[in-house]
Design a protein around this ligand. Structure first.
Ligand code: OOG
Ligand code: MG
Length: 267
């Protein structure tokens, strides 16, 4: 049997999708699903994520874009994993820059400094490269992702977190967008402040050497499931630094070289 072949039947995939969706909606944590389904395959994990997406769309949720996760060494080390993963972001996850995020609607939020891309041409893999991504990029934006694993204490393995839509919860996009032309994206600095104190800093090169590489990898990963990145897609490329835990009362500001800053307050 190939490693990628599905091992769970459709009924189990639907049941696990409803289980994780309910945990998100009811704001409570659950144990990682591989505890009960240790033989689950990578395809099963992405099939559960797709089933969650379908449940949300049936409820009227709009998919706002895609995300890559675990693309930096800092994030991989923090979570004890070695492979990037992808998921989706939603309309209800979008928070205005300078906005307020209610921690009562989340389990145990953490914030990540990211670079977002918006495409103006479709991208497909295999074979998608940094060059193809830059040619297809409309503009880039500074972004902060608020992740919120549905798993107790953020303890998971890769398959469990893929099924849980890569801990996707909220995101804040900065107002200033730039054409990447003329910006040394690879060496773009990001500094995160929590309540005025610097808590993390990185260069965008921390994200797979170049954040456009994260978009290329997304196109290549989607290609292996017969999909592509359509024109006009918003993509979060993954945290450049480790994720920082936040609680009610915290103020977060991230400053990005060339791209301005993004801030939010947790209540
Ligand atoms: C998984 C999601 C990681 C990122 O930017 O690396 C992610 C997690 O750490 O819970 O969004
Ligand atoms: Mg992220």
């Amino acid at each position: 049997m190939s490693l990628n072949q599905a091992t769970l039947n459709q009924a189990t995939i639907s049941q696990l999708a409803r289980h994780l969706e309910a945990a998100e909606m009811e704001c409570r944590d659950v144990v990682k699903i591989t505890d009960d389904y240790p033989d689950m395959s990578w395809d099963d994990a992405y099939d559960i994520q797709d089933a969650i997406r379908a449940i949300k769309e049936q409820r009227g949720v709009r998919i706002a874009g895609l995300k890559m996760g675990l693309t930096s060494h800092a994030k991989m080390k923090q979570m004890g994993v070695t492979t990037p993963i992808h998921g989706f972001i939603t309309d209800y996850g979008s928070i205005a820059d300078g906005g307020v995020i209610d921690t009562a609607s989340l389990i145990h939020p953490k914030v990540e400094a990211e670079i977002a891309f918006v495409t103006r041409a479709p991208l497909s893999g295999p074979g998608c490269s940094v060059a193809a991504v830059l040619a297809a990029t409309d503009f880039i934006l500074p972004a902060v992702e608020v992740i919120d694993s549905r798993y107790k204490d953020f303890r998971f393995d890769l398959k469990s977190v893929i099924a849980d839509n890569t801990s996707s919860a909220r995101y804040v996009l900065g107002g200033s967008h730039r054409n990447p032309e003329g910006i040394d994206l690879k060496n773009l600095g990001v500094v995160m402040y929590k309540n005025g104190e610097m808590v993390a800093a990185a260069s965008a090169a921390a994200v797979l050497g170049h954040p456009a590489q994260s978009v290329a990898m997304l196109a290549n990963m989607l290609g292996s499931r017969g999909r592509h990145i359509p024109a006009g897609t918003l993509i979060l490329t993954g945290g450049a630094t480790e994720a920082i835990s936040v609680a009610a009362g915290d103020d977060i500001t991230v400053r990005y070289q060339h791209l301005g800053s993004v801030s939010m307050r947790f209540i």
